[in-house]
Design a protein around this ligand. Structure first.
Ligand code: UN1
Length: 507
C-alpha cells in the first residue's frame, strides 16, 4: 500500500542500518522490522549494525572530526542549510513515514519534520554566533578571552516517540559546533532513521563532507557499547528515567559528559480565574496528543475546587467525541499506542489507580480492532496515590483538586520528575507566583499554554529525574563544545595572579 512512499524515500524491502560514508553497505544480523502500530503489519526491514560496524563508524566519525572542526563554522552552517532544503522538499513523505512507524497523526508527523527544518534554520544562524567572551584581566598588559571549541564525535541515542526531531535538536547544533555525530535511533523506529540518514548522506556527499552524520541501528548491546566508548566525549540520550540512570552511571564512570532528557510527569494547574474553554482545549491536546506518548504529555490536572466538577464534565464530553483511528486519515486526532507493551502498561496503571482509590471517569478501553488503540482515560485521583507519581507512556490524565494556591504548586512539584508544567489563570499574581523561584520546579513553565508542543527556540529539558540536560534552542549549543579560557600576555614581564611573588634570577 505504501510502496511508492518507501521508494520515494530510497527505502527497499531490506535496508542497511549503517550510514555515514560512501560504501556503507554493512549492517549484519539481526534484521529488525518495525511494525505499523495501527495495523500490526510489518514495515520494511533494517539490518542492524554489528559491533564491528560500530567500531568502524566511530573511527570514521573521529577521522571526519579532524577535518570538520577546522571547517569554518559558517561553512558548516551552509551545509546544514542545504539539509534543511532537502527536508523541506521531502516534508510530506517523511511526515507520512513518521506516521506509519510511530502511529502519530499526519499533522504531528509533518510537524515533526517541520521541527527538523526549524532546527536547521536555527543552527544556520547559530553558525555565525558561537560567541565567546572578553574578560578583564587583573594583570597589566594581559588579555583574557573565553572561546568555544568543537568537542569531538558525539553519541546521540533517541527514543521512538520523536524519532527524528530529537535527533535534529542534537545533530544540527552539534554539526555547526564542529562535532561529528553517531546516532543510534530507537530500535522501534529504525526506518525513519534510515530514510533521514539517506537524505542527509546525499547532501554530505555532494559537499564532500562524509562522515559527519553517522547512523548505527541496533539494540541494547550497541547502546551499551556506545555509552562506554571513551571516543565519544558526549552522550546525549532521550528515554526513560531508568535508561538515563544507566547512561549517567556508565558515562560518569569514564568521566564523560551525559546530556539527558528523560521522563516527565507534567501537571497543569487550572486556577479559579482561568478561561475554561482555553484550558479545556489546551489540556486535551497536552493529554491525548501523540496518544499520550510525549515526554511533555500532561499526566496530572490540578483544578481549583470551584471548577473541578465543571472541568471534569466538560473534559469528559470532549474525550467522548475524540476521533480515534487510522493516523493517516485526515480528521483523526488520536492514533494507536506504539505496541502491545504500551497497552498492557496502560491497563496496569489504570488497575493500580482503581485499587488506590481512583475512579475512571472516561476511557481506558482497548479498541476491538487490529493495532494498539485505546480510548484516552480520565481518572479522578488524589495526589498521594502512588500511581500518580509514575510516568505511564499512555493517555491517562489524573484529575485532582486544590483549594489553596501554594498547595497546588506543592502538588505540581511533588513528583520525582521535573520536565514541564503549566498554569491556566487570568490572575497576574498567580501567574507570577507560578514562575517565581518558589513556583514550578520544572525546566519548562507555561502560562495559559499546555505542557507539550514546545518551540525549538527555547532550551528544552528538565530538572530532577528528568536529567537536567538542555537541548535545541537558547544557549544549549554550549553542551556540544568545550570551553577554553585563554590568557594572553603582550608585555615583557610575567606578573602572577593573586599578587603572588616568585622572583627568580639567572645570575
Ligand atoms: C519528547 O517527547 O521527547 O514539546 C519531546 C514537545 C515536543 C518535543 C517532545 N516539541 O512536546
Amino acid at each position: 500500500m505504501f510502496e511508492d512512499l518507501f521508494r520515494s524515500l530510497g527505502l527497499g524491502e531490506l535496508n542497511h542500518g549503517v550510514a555515514g560514508a560512501l560504501g556503507d553497505q554493512a549492517g549484519g544480523e539481526p534484521v529488525i522490522r518495525s511494525i505499523n502500530p495501527a495495523t500490526e503489519e510489518p514495515l520494511p526491514a533494517v539490518r542492524c549494525a554489528s559491533l564491528e560496524d560500530y567500531d568502524r563508524v566511530v573511527e570514521r566519525a573521529a577521522a571526519a572530526f579532524t577535518r570538520w572542526r577546522m571547517t569554518p563554522a559558517p561553512r558548516r552552517g551552509e551545509v546544514v542549510r542545504l539539509i534543511g532544503e532537502v527536508l523541506r522538499a521531502k516534508k510530506k513523505e517523511l511526515g507520512l513515514l513518521v506516521t506509519l512507524e510511530t502511529g502519530k497523526i499526519r499533522s504531528e508527523g509533518e510537524g515533526e519534520v517541520q521541527e527538523m527544518i526549524d532546527m536547521c534554520d536555527f543552527a544556520v544562524g547559530l553558525s555565525r554566533q558561537l560567541h565567546g567572551l572578553t574578560i578583564a584581566s587583573e594583570r597589566p598588559l594581559h588579555r583574557m578571552i573565553e572561546q568555544w571549541q568543537p568537542l569531538g564525535p558525539i553519541g546521540v541515542i533517541s527514543a521512538f516517540n520523536f524519532p527524528v526531531a530529537v535527533w535534529a535538536w542534537n545533530a544540527m547544533i552539534a554539526a555547526v559546533c564542529g562535532d561529528t555525530i553517531v546516532w543510534k535511533p530507537s530500535p522501534r523506529t529504525p526506518l525513519t532513521a534510515v530514510a533521514i540518514a539517506g537524505i542527509v548522506q546525499s547532501v554530505m556527499r555532494e559537499n564532500d563532507c562524509e562522515g559527519v552524520f553517522n547512523l548505527v541501528v541496533g539494540g541494547l548491546d550497541l547502546g551499551e557499547r556506545m555509552i562506554a566508548d571513551p571516543r565519544l566525549p558526549l552522550i546525549s540520550a532521550t528515554g526513560s528515567c531508568a535508561m538515563g540512570r544507566r547512561v549517567a552511571e556508565v558515562v560518569g564512570r569514564r568521566l564523560g559528559r551525559a546530556l539527558l532528557e528523560l521522563g516527565g510527569n507534567n501537571a497543569i494547574i487550572i486556577a479559579a480565574s482561568a478561561s475554561i474553554e482555553l484550558a479545556i482545549r489546551a489540556t486535551t491536546f497536552a493529554a491525548v496528543g501523540t496518544a499520550g506518548q510525549r515526554c511533555t504529555t500532561a499526566r496530572r490536572l490540578i483544578v481549583h475546587e470551584s471548577l473541578h466538577d465543571q472541568v471534569l464534565d466538560r473534559l469528559a464530553a470532549v474525550y467522548k467525541r475524540l476521533p480515534i483511528g487510522d493516523p493517516w486519515d485526515a480528521g483523526t486526532l488520536v492514533g494507536p499506542l506504539i505496541g502491545e507493551q504500551a497497552v498492557q502498561a496502560m491497563q496496569a496503571a489504570l488497575a493500580a489507580a482503581k485499587s488506590q482509590g481512583g475512579e475512571v471517569v472516561h476511557g481506558g478501553e482497548r479498541l476491538d480492532r487490529p493495532g494498539y488503540f485505546v480510548t484516552p482515560a480520565l481518572v479522578k485521583a488524589r495526589p498521594d496515590m502512588p500511581i500518580v507519581g509514575v510516568e505511564t507512556f499512555a493517555p491517562i490524565l489524573f484529575v485532582m483538586t486544590y483549594s489553596d494556591f501554594d498547595h497546588a504548586i506543592a502538588i505540581q512539584n511533588g513528583v520525582e520528575q521535573g520536565l514541564t508544567s503549566a498554569i491556566f489563570t487570568n490572575d497576574l499574581r498567580e501567574a507570577e507566583r507560578f514562575l517565581a523561584a518558589s513556583g514550578s520546579d520544572c525546566g519548562i513553565a507555561n502560562v495559559n499554554i499546555g505542557t507539550s508542543g514546545a518551540e525549538i527556540g527555547g532550551a528544552f529539558g528538565g530538572e530532577k529525574s528528568t536529567g537536567g540536560g538542555r537541548e535545541a534552542g537558547s544557549d544549549s549549543w554550549k553542551a556540544y563544545m568545550r570551553r577554553q579560557t585563554c590568557t594572553i600576555n603582550h608585555g615583557d614581564q610575567p606578573p602572577l595572579a593573586q599578587g603572588v611573588r616568585f622572583d627568580v634570577s639567572e645570575t
